[in-house]
Design a protein around this ligand. Structure first.
Ligand code: ARG
Length: 461
């Protein structure tokens, strides 16, 4: 029996590894989270080896039984991880050998840690896409619910953060929803390339054993096989692609957060984020800080950082595997954790948000948001757009001077600026009239928002 702590890869070396080097080069501290995928991959590998007669069926069964014991040991916290065994792969293999003796030593036939780790990372990432999709869906549903509830709620729409035209809050929520739809598509697309099997590439050139990679792929649920062994063990573009998707999603959440932060300020006071998503200040008793959106904005930088980390990690590596690649895990795992946490907290936060309709409405009234509507009205009466623009400009100046919104002026007051104005003007000057008039695909009219929500609900997965 081999002692569990005897190094599996050290026969060629005559000197023991320097203690700090051992710790410095180890990855088990952070790659042990892939234990399930590592065991799954080993079971598939052993099954494949038996199918091509490299292992006997008895050997295969002993190996699989041993691996299953290890799986429960790990899950029950009975497994002793050892830095001396360097990484998750060798920890599990050493334990297998300790449990099964000679037969355990046969598992590594026809494979290398290089294709093993590439397989584990892909499997792990694939597995984590399931909870990510679930949280993303939950957030989308929360947005649809708010949008539906607030389909008719009017707020000022902004350009340059200056009041531009009235929009419905439902429409505004649906803008964020649309961005998340594209994010979900990006992840789905990336999943196709993640779900490709490296195992069989062995160290870099393939193996002399008659392996059946199609079988391994089928057993592990991969729908593609990495077709070049050098590429299979060395590239991490799939991780970069995932991180790019994550960066774009976080960029969206960060922009959204920026709005929530502005909207929850005393000056705007458009929304209430709910006490459970805010904190107080240790010194200023009046404060209710929008910590969650602020933190999401901050965490976006982390995900961007991880992306540049991975990009930089890859740019100088010659083919094929280099130890540099061990550094792919922490940024990738950090991105997965950050993304999952951010989506989760966002879904909860959006389910709890309340909207201060009156404040939004008053803000829209204060900003002459229907000025464009008046100009469009004049154009429909035959006034050239540039002339109409000037008439409205003068009316707004008058309104500012007399503290009146356009809709609050009398017909006589308005007619002083153009004789084309008659009493039907008030249909377009009200906030409700303004939003209702933008009644086409993609427009802000409540009717369109309701339609968009229906379509979105029917397409949700
Ligand atoms: N822990 C290593 C990693 O994460 C596994 C592969 C080691 N391969 C090697 N040739 N040293 O990349």
């Amino acid at each position: 029996m081999t002692a569990p702590n005897k190094k599996l890869s050290s026969a060629r070396l005559t000197q023991p590894t320097n203690a700090f080097v051992e710790e410095f080069t180890a990855s088990v501290q952070f790659d042990q989270r892939m234990y399930q995928q590592d065991i799954e991959g080993s079971i598939a590998h052993a099954t494949m080896l038996a199918s091509v007669d490299v292992l006997t069926e008895v050997e295969r069964d002993q190996i699989i039984a041993g691996l299953n014991i290890i799986l429960s040991e790990i899950e029950e916290d009975q497994f002793e991880w050892s830095i001396a065994q360097e990484d998750v792969h060798m920890n599990i293999e050493a334990r297998l050998i300790a449990l099964t003796g000679e037969v355990g030593k046969k598992l590594h036939t026809g494979r290398s840690r290089n294709d093993q780790v590439a397989t584990d990372v892909r499997l792990y990432l694939r597995d984590m896409m399931t909870p990510i999709t679930a949280e993303l869906n939950r957030l989308q549903t929360a947005l649809l619910n708010v949008a539906e509830r607030e389909a008719e709620t009017i707020m000022p729409g902004f350009t340059h953060l200056q009041t531009a035209q009235p929009v419905t809050f439902g429409h505004h929520m649906m803008a964020w929803y649309e961005m998340l739809v594209r994010d979900a598509e990006r992840m789905e697309d990336c999943a196709k390339r993640v779900n490709s099997l490296p195992l069989g590439a062995a160290a870099l050139a393939g193996t002399t054993f008659p392996i059946d990679r199609e079988l391994t792929a089928k057993l592990l649920g991969f729908d593609r096989i990495c077709l070049n062994s050098l590429d299979a063990v060395s590239d991490r573009d799939f991780a970069i692609e995932f991180n790019s998707f994550a960066s774009i999603l976080m960029m969206h959440l960060s922009r959204f957060s920026e709005e929530l932060i502005i909207w929850s300020s005393a000056q705007f006071d458009f929304v209430d984020l709910g006490d459970s998503f805010c904190t107080g200040s240790s010194i200023m008793p009046q404060k209710k800080n929008p910590d969650v959106p602020e933190l999401i904005r901050g965490k976006t930088s982390r995900v961007y950082g991880n992306m540049f980390n991975l990009f930089t990690l890859m740019k100088n590596q010659p083919l094929a595997y280099n130890k540099d690649n061990q550094e792919d895990k922490e940024p990738l795992f950090d991105t997965i954790d950050t993304l999952l946490g951010s989506l989760r907290v966002y879904a909860d936060m959006m389910a709890a948000i309340t909207v201060k309709k009156d404040n939004m409405r008053n803000a829209a009234l204060r900003g002459y948001a229907t000025a464009t509507d008046l100009a469009d009205y004049l154009v429909r009466k035959g006034v050239a757009f540039r002339d109409a623009h000037e008439v409205v400009g003068l009316s707004v100046a008058y309104g500012i001077k007399h503290h009146k919104d356009l809709s609050e002026m009398s017909l006589e007051e308005l007619q002083a600026f153009s004789d084309q104005i008659s009493d039907d003007v008030f249909d377009v000057l009200t906030l409700e009239g303004s939003v209702a008039a933008r009644n086409h695909l993609g427009g802000t009219a409540p009717e369109q928002v309701i339609k968009a929500i229906k379509v979105a609900r029917s397409q949700q997965k």
